[in-house]
Ligand binder design. Structure first.
Ligand SMILES: Nc1ncnc2c1ncn2[C@@H]1O[C@H](COP(=O)(O)OP(=O)(O)OP(=O)(O)O)[C@@H](O)[C@H]1O
Length: 370
């Protein structure tokens, strides 16, 4: 465990015929996604952290030890905010009273973690909903209130169990920007269970990959995405997500420049993004092609010098490789997926300098709160 890994969870035991045996550390800030197929144990881990299930092991949230060999803190003494698939609001209370339930109806100023009534209302844009009852809210609005209520209980950790899975596509798209703002604005760690990779790509800082009750891998999102020994990098929709900073806007062509470690990207249609703002870029492995020399005439705007750091044959037709941007080894890593025929024709090999070409249209920036 390094200095920033301040949450420690180790659990082992059986629930009927399901065996769970996991141990991982996670940062005490930002959003950690627990990702894996149905039945791999994601919800069970959250329930053990909340003290709702009891398996042997340990659970420590920074300096709060909730479980070890000798102690087990009961659920009601664990400062946990829990958001379920379906928002379970009190039907007879208004949004305001639902939010204030844990504070006995009193509006409290912001705590040191940034969570206060006004801050939560503002963050989740709940002001105009205050007097309504839960039955007069959309599914997405109900979930926003559920998140607000969980935050206002002043938790040490926010546990979210597939909070978007009961919502339709439109409600999901509405609530995702709130979740993006939330975990970056507040000093509360979030554990977020999902089996939807697009949610991981948009929200997660840290990732715990699970399968059949075991941890397959655990680490920063970008590190796991670009690890070709893991299944993430090998699947058809494989991608990396990069944190980028807006450095310039070309009004004549409507193009914004995004800087990442080791390179920069030009992307159209981003006039509202202020210079200096941070964005998250998703770059699909299949959207990256390679050239040995910098192409003199091409319609592709983003042609970045890079080096092939590693490669792996997916089958006898395709190769996936990790590219490190720039000329030194400090650049961000991209994935590229090309045919084995192209690999042979270009005589590619690990360590070879190349030019990575990425179509602007394939890049969809997501604003990160400052
Ligand atoms: N209280 C329980 N008693 C017995 N078995 C249980 C209990 N709770 C969960 N299980 C079993 O443990 C396994 C893991 O369940 P869990 O809900 O943690 O998985 P999950 O990864 O969250 O799945 P999903 O994505 O479908 O929600 C499943 O096989 C489930 O049937």
């Amino acid at each position: 465990m390094n200095g920033t890994d301040t949450i420690h969870v180790a659990l082992s035991g059986s629930l009927d015929d399901f065996d769970l045996d996991v141990a991982f550390d996670a940062p005490g800030h930002g959003l950690t996604a627990l990702f894996g197929p149905s039945g791999c144990g994601k919800t069970t881990i959250l329930r053990c952290i909340a003290g709702l299930n009891r398996l042997a092991g340990a659970c420590r949230i920074e300096e709060d030890i909730w479980q070890d060999e000798t102690r087990f803190t009961p659920t009601h003494k664990r400062a946990v905010g829990y958001v379920f698939q379906e928002a379970s609001l009190f039907p007879h209370l208004s949004v305001r009273d639902n939010l204030l339930y844990s504070s006995g109806g009193r509006v409290k100023p912001a705590a040191s973690n940034g969570v206060g009534f006004e801050e939560v209302v503002d963050l989740l844009d709940l002001d105009r909903l205050m007097q309504r009852g839960p039955q007069r809210l959309s599914g997405g609005e109900r979930q926003r209130v559920a998140v607000g209520r969980a935050l206002l209980s002043q938790p040490r950790i926010l546990l979210m169990d597939e909070p978007l899975s009961a919502l339709d596509r439109q409600s999901r798209d509405e609530i995702l920007p709130f979740l993006e703002r939330l975990h970056r604005s507040l000093a509360i760690p979030v554990f977020y269970v999902t089996h939807d990779m697009s949610e991981v790509e948009r929200l997660a800082d840290h990732l715990i990959l699970l399968d059949a009750g075991r941890v397959v891998a655990s680490g920063p999102l970008g590190v796991l995405q670009s690890d070709t020994t893991l299944p993430l990098a090998l699947q058809r929709g494989a991608a990396v997500t990069l944190d980028a900073v807006v450095s310039d806007y070309d009004a004549a062509y409507g193009l914004t420049r995004f800087d990442v470690r080791g390179g920069s990207f030009l992307i159209p249609g981003s006039a509202d993004m202020p210079t200096g703002s941070r964005q998250r870029l998703r770059i699909g492995a299949s959207d990256v092609s390679l050239a040995l020399e910098k192409p003199a005439s091409t319609s592709i705007l983003n042609v970045l010098p890079a080096t092939i750091s590693s490669s792996r044959a997916l089958d006898d037709r395709e190769i996936v490789m990790v590219l490190t941007l720039g000329h030194d080894s400090n650049g961000e890593q991209l994935l590229a997926r090309i045919t084995r025929r192209s690999w042979d024709l270009l005589e590619l090999q690990d360590g070879r300098p190349v030019f990575a070409q990425i179509k602007s249209a394939a890049l969809a920036p997501r604003r990160l709160p400052q």
